[in-house]
Ligand binder design. Structure first.
Ligand code: FAD
Ligand code: EPU
Length: 338
């Protein structure tokens, strides 16, 4: 294991921000993590666990040690009448793990195809797309306690999953390194095409018989047509969360803004489409130097070439201020600001 100094992170974050880490190490075993955490030179340093760097915005250099998680391995650990229990090491690439499950007919993750990043980050914000979140098939995870170096297990309820939320973003922030995640996947698929665009895409594809393979392909097609590919344009997916407002607030907004897009939630509140709010404030497709708002998806901020993290951050603040002023709605950043 080599610890590099003053290490460029430009190729390790999908925004393509040119930031550097004071120290950087890539770790491929739990023993290496423990060894590094016990090393006097680094044990008091600030730590950043890095997966695929697809949900981060570096606004400055990182004055500590970046630990790139490269733990590998996928294993079917048990099965019962209805389910397969599949364990993946944290450093596996999420989409490759989903493809492995689909090829083996382990059902449940197909709607989450093509989300960038690593398996270990998936519980951090309970990744979700097209009507499904990982909490729907999450079984348990193992994580290394940064302070006492013990491995702890977390069940679904321990993780306190919510919309783009978990205990690891709140109470236990920066306390654990997730080392593996186990999913409970179905033998008989419970196919979810509730998200309208999936039905339309399946029809376009001429699919006669629904399957997890067909849904995965449809989701990949929709995503590729809507979201910028980070290898071509720097971005971290949705920069903001879709905000939740009360039904009363929604009804009031609807009188003034009849086109407003919202989805009623089980708790009676309404989730607003932040992309719509941002577009209506006039931001869609705008550029400011190399920073900008994507032309097809106003929820995605982009780096066209050499934007600084601060420029993207300042743009996000201006967007938040204008949405607040026009609609009285607070946007919250989804991307982790470093
Ligand atoms: P990183 O960006 O490396 O890290 C994210 C956070 O998790 C950081 O705070 C990091 O310190 C922490 N972390 C990472 N790994 C570990 C670990 N092993 N242990 C402890 N902490 C860890 N997200 C969705 O939910 N739905 C989508 O549909 C979606 N679409 C996207 C589309 C695009 C084009 C892009 C660029 C991003 C999209 N995202 C989406 C966001 C992103 O892909 C997810 O949040 C993903 O899970 C991040 O994984 P990562 O490995 O890149 O995490
Ligand atoms: N819309 C606009 N203008 C825009 C963008 C969106 O008006 O520029 C409106 C449209 O009415 C559209 C609605 O917003 O119908 C919803 O848009 P879309 O289906 O593209 O979804 P989203 O709300 O923008 C969310 C997630 C994505 C996830 C997709 C699919 C959040 C913050 N984002 O995006 O997740 O892939 O749904 O389920 O919840 C991510 O978290 O990084 C991410 C990409």
């Amino acid at each position: 294991m080599t610890v590099h100094q003053n290490y460029s992170l430009k190729k390790l974050n999908t925004f393509g921000i040119d930031a550097a880490a004071k120290y950087f190490a890539e770790l491929s075993s739990i023993e290496q993590f423990k060894e590094l955490l016990s090393d006097k030179q680094y044990n008091t340093a600030a730590k950043l666990i890095l997966g695929g760097g697809s949900n981060l915005l570096f606004t400055k250099n990182f004055d500590g040690i970046v630990l790139k998680n490269s733990l590998k391995g996928i294993e079917l650990i048990k099965e019962d009448a209805d389910s397969y229990y599949v364990k993946s090491a944290a450093g596996e690439v999420w989409h490759e793990f989903v493809m492995h499950c689909i090829q083996n007919n382990y059902a449940g993750l197909e709607n989450l195809s093509l989300i960038p990043g690593c398996v270990g980050a998936s519980p951090m914000q309970n990744i979700g797309a097209y009507g499904v979140e990982i909490k729907d098939s999450f079984y348990e995870l193992e994580a290394l306690n940064i302070h006492d170096h013990t491995i702890q297990n977390f069940t679904n309820s321990d993780c306190k999953f919510g919309y783009r939320e978990s205990v690891f973003k709140r109470e236990l922030k920066n306390q654990f390194i997730i080392t593996s995640v186990t999913f409970k996947l179905n033998k008989t698929p419970n196919l979810n095409t509730s998200y309208g665009a999936i039905e339309q895409e399946l029809e376009k594809m001429g699919i006669k018989e629904l399957s997890i393979q067909a849904i995965s392909k449809a989701v990949c097609n929709i995503r590729s047509s809507k979201l910028p590919n980070p290898t071509e344009i720097g971005n971290a997916g949705s920069f903001f969360k879709n905000p939740e407002v009360t039904k009363t607030k929604f009804e009031t907004l609807k009188i003034e803004f009849p086109g407003i897009v919202g989805y009623e939630l089980e708790n009676g509140n309404v989730k607003l489409a932040a992309g719509w709010l941002i577009e209506q404030c006039g931001w869609k497709g705008k550029t400011f130097g190399d920073a900008g708002v994507h032309k097809l998806q106003a929820l995605v901020l982009v780096n066209y070439a050499n934007a600084k993290g601060n420029e993207i951050y300042d743009l996000s603040q201006k967007i938040m201020d204008s949405v607040k002023e026009k609609y009285g709605v607070e946007l919250e950043r989804e991307v982790n600001i470093i």
